[in-house]
Ligand binder design. Structure first.
Ligand code: ADP
Ligand code: MG
Length: 726
């Protein structure tokens, strides 16, 4: 075994880059070629079918069965030209990742042969067995079956030989069993709540879009080294491993030159993404060694999220071609940065106005400030829930780790917007809000800088930062489905906008001018948030936890506890008013989350104990045996132990750590047994939270042994090998 490790390392050091397969033409020639987008609709559908489908996509008009058949016919024609043989409904259950069940297109033709069949019914609905997916008791209590239904707002695409139809996944009793359904409800809620406010500023607005631009961070490790680490293979992270002498302290990886094997992987990934219409744009090295990031041009949230899900699949597949494995885990390596998925988020109208950026004139700026302040108020109201929306067993390792946002949701505004808000509290309500410099210098005027200087003055320690024309929710985990965070954020903002509009209507009814009524409504909100959720200081500082608690922000760090936020009365009420989740759904989802948490920790704990017993202790004993032989030899020659002080010292230390490991592994097994006997899921998750913390205690003596045991005998690829070879 010891020899193997050296061979593996040498082998991957010698690996050559595998050239990417470059298609003919420019990206604009093949962008979206595997998507049934509007251009394909025009080509493959007749005029009437096209109009009906566009009405369905744009304004939600239902498709009649005949038209659905025609749509399916057009899709089939297009798909067959791309050698498609199978079709699947593609959905996002409450597990991680996506689910698909492929059906061949063939059907008997009645004459002894087969034909390719795909009609409106195949397009509209499928019935996967809902009982095989997490449903948090909905199935047990209500109805065993669930169905998937086409989401026409998300285009159909081709993956390999399969036509993929993005769908929602719902129980027959109506409860959502997936991520997409509540996200779509939240997006509708935020539009419905925002439009009446926008109409006051521009009566032609009919719809408000939520936009998402995700930045996906990930690690790459060589696949042969990965295969020699059971912890990476099974849990997605290293459960043990001494820090490398060099990690990220020289800051030499961030934005550094991309190694050629990695560059070819990225090229293949980008081409595949572009062919699937995913507008990936940015790629760069991240802070940690072997850590990278890619980001697309932002888009409508539902579609952008589908694309992120698709991209995560693509990454894993394409990496294998290049001899890599993608790690999407939030904290694959201790001691170096973890991976997040910053969710850049904003709202915009169907008339092209971005609501999170200053406007063209004083009225436009007032509209911007209105939305800006209400977003902050929503985040303040539901800061505990926002954190719960990104909480998971895996993300817990990253948050609060002095390299990722703390486990407290506050908002960073930057100097410019902080002073605008302070100023607004001081001036009369009819003071116009101008772009700085446009009206000359004037005391009393509220001024917004045209280009945000603070754009670059990024506070990396903030979980929710304003970055000039959007907010960046940075606490989202790299492996997460963005829908979790986006559903909560959009719904919370929708609720706040409903309340704001109601309060504004009261002011307007008093006969006030729009700008005065808006400011009179905003002022008390500004006063209530400016010293609570708004925080531009250092989120990593230990004092912040104390201060945040004093401000009334949620500082909980245990994931099983955080999950409870979803069923607190204020959360239940918010989700009810916005039509996003029923109480039953919230309860069911909490059960799924606790269950997922338990399973993840349980698996980690099993892997850890087995590795301790099957890999680590035997390696240490092996080395100890050689040391003992050496001492015995020495004794035989010189008659005493003189000259063996180092060996004896090492033997002592090895004995000490082996005993510690063995005792802690036994204790962990017992703790698991105890936890497993707890009936209530929440209580069991709390017990597993303690086991999660004990994993670190078991890790320490193992890492100590790694420092002491002969390098040739150590059975696992080390951090320095995993992190520096590409
Ligand atoms: P940085 O690393 O500087 O934060 P990146 O370029 O890596 O920025 O990613 C920023 C992401 O934010 C991109 O996906 C970009 O398209 C997206 N974005 C830019 N403007 C908006 C906006 N108004 N709303 C939502 N997302 C946006
Ligand atoms: Mg970035």
């Amino acid at each position: 075994m010891s020899i193997d490790r050296f061979d593996l390392v040498k082998e991957c050091f010698e690996k050559k880059a595998v050239p990417a397969e470059c298609p003919d033409g420019k990206p604009s020639d093949y962008f979206g070629e595997l998507v049934f987008d509007r251009r394909k609709m025009q080509k493959y559908l007749d005029r009437r079918t096209l109009d009906a489908l566009l009405d369905c996509i744009d304004v939600g008009k239902p498709l009649d069965p005949m038209t659905a058949d025609k749509v399916a016919e057009g899709m089939k024609e297009w798909a067959l030209e791309h050698h498609v043989t199978h079709v699947t409904h593609w959905f996002q259950p409450l597990t991680e990742g996506t689910a698909e069940k492929h059906d061949s297109l063939i059907e008997y033709d009645g004459n002894g042969g087969v034909i390719e069949k795909f009609d409106g019914r195949d397009l509209a609905q499928q019935e996967p067995d809902a009982s095989s997916f997490p449903n948090g008791g909905i199935r047990a209590t209500f109805e065993a079956r669930g169905y998937t239904a086409w989401d026409p707002t998300s285009p159909v695409f081709i993956m390999d030989d399969t036509l993929c139809i993005p769908t929602v996944f719902i129980a027959y009793t109506g409860e959502a069993l997936d991520y997409k359904t509540p996200l779509k409800k939240a997006l509708k809620a935020v539009s419905d709540a925002a439009v009446p406010i926008c109409k006051l500023f521009d009566p032609t607005v009919n719809k408000v879009y939520s936009y998402l631009g995700w930045e996906q961070e990930y690690f790459l490790v060589d696949e042969s080294l990965y295969a020699a680490r059971p912890d990476l293979m099974i849990t997605g992270r290293t459960l043990m491993g001494h820090a490398s002498s060099k990690s990220q302290q020289l800051d030499d990886h961030y934005f550094g030159a991309i190694p050629s094997r990695v560059a070819e992987f990225m090229r293949d990934l980008e081409i595949a993404s572009h062919r699937l219409g995913i507008p990936v744009k940015t790629r760069h090295n991240e802070v940690a060694p072997n850590q990278f990031e890619l980001a697309p041009i932002f888009g409508e949230t539902n579609l952008a999220n589908d694309q992120n899900q698709l991209l995560m699949n693509l990454m894993s597949k394409i990496a294998r071609k290049h001899g890599f494995v993608v790690l999407l885990h939030e904290k694959p390596f201790e001691g170096v940065n973890g991976s997040g998925k910053h969710n850049n988020w904003s709202l915009g109208t169907d008339t092209g106005t971005l609501l999170m950026a200053p406007g063209k004139d004083a009225l436009g700026n007032l509209q911007f400030v209105t939305f800006f302040v209400n977003v902050l108020a929503a985040v303040q109201r539901h800061n505990g829930l926002m954190k719960a929306s990104i909480a998971s067993a895996t993300n817990a390792h990253r948050l609060g780790g002095n390299e990722a946002p703390p486990a407290i949701v506050s908002a960073f505004l930057g100097r410019a917007m902080t002073s605008v808000l302070h100023k607004l509290l001081e001036v009369p309500s009819d003071t116009p809000i101008e772009i700085a410099g446009k009206k000359g210098k004037s005391v009393g005027l509220v001024e917004i800088p045209e280009i945000f200087v603070d754009n670059t003055d990024r506070n990396r320690t903030s979980p929710f930062a304003f970055t000039g024309n959007r907010f960046e929710f940075r606490a989202v985990g790299s492996s997460a489905n963005c829908a979790g965070a986006m559903t909560t954020l959009n719904a919370a903002v929708a609720e706040q906008l409903l309340d704001f509009k109601a309060a504004l209507d009261v002011e307007l009814a008093k006969g006030k001018a729009l700008n005065v009524a808006v400011m009179d409504t905003l002022k008390p909100i500004i006063a209530s948030i400016i010293d609570v959720v708004c925080f531009d200081g250092n989120g990593y500082a230990p004092e912040w936890v104390e201060e945040a608690r004093f401000r009334g922000l949620d500082t909980e760090t245990s994931v099983p506890e955080m999950i409870k936020e979803f069923t607190k009365p204020e959360s239940v009420e918010m989700f009810r008013r916005t039509g996003v989740y029923t109480y039953k759904e919230l309860e069911a989802r909490n059960e799924v989350k606790w269950e997922m948490y338990i399973k993840k920790v349980q698996i980690e704990s099993r892997v850890m104990v087995r590795m301790a017993i099957n890999h680590i202790i035997p390696a240490a004993i092996d080395y100890k045996k050689r040391l003992l032989e050496e001492v015995a030899l020495n004794n035989a020659v010189s008659g005493d132990n003189s000259g063996c002080a180092v060996e004896l010292g090492l033997i002592n230390q090895i004995n000490y750590y082996i005993e510690e490991i063995s005792a802690k592994a036994d204790a962990m097994k017992k703790a698991r047994k105890m936890a497993n006997s707890i009936e209530d899921l929440y209580e069991r998750a709390v017990a597993y939270h303690r086991i999660a913390e004990a994993l670190n205690d078991l890790r320490r003596p193992i890492d100590k042994l790694e420092e002491r045991v002969d390098n040739r005998t150590w059975p696992l690829p080390k951090y320095r090998e995993l992190l520096f070879i590409s």
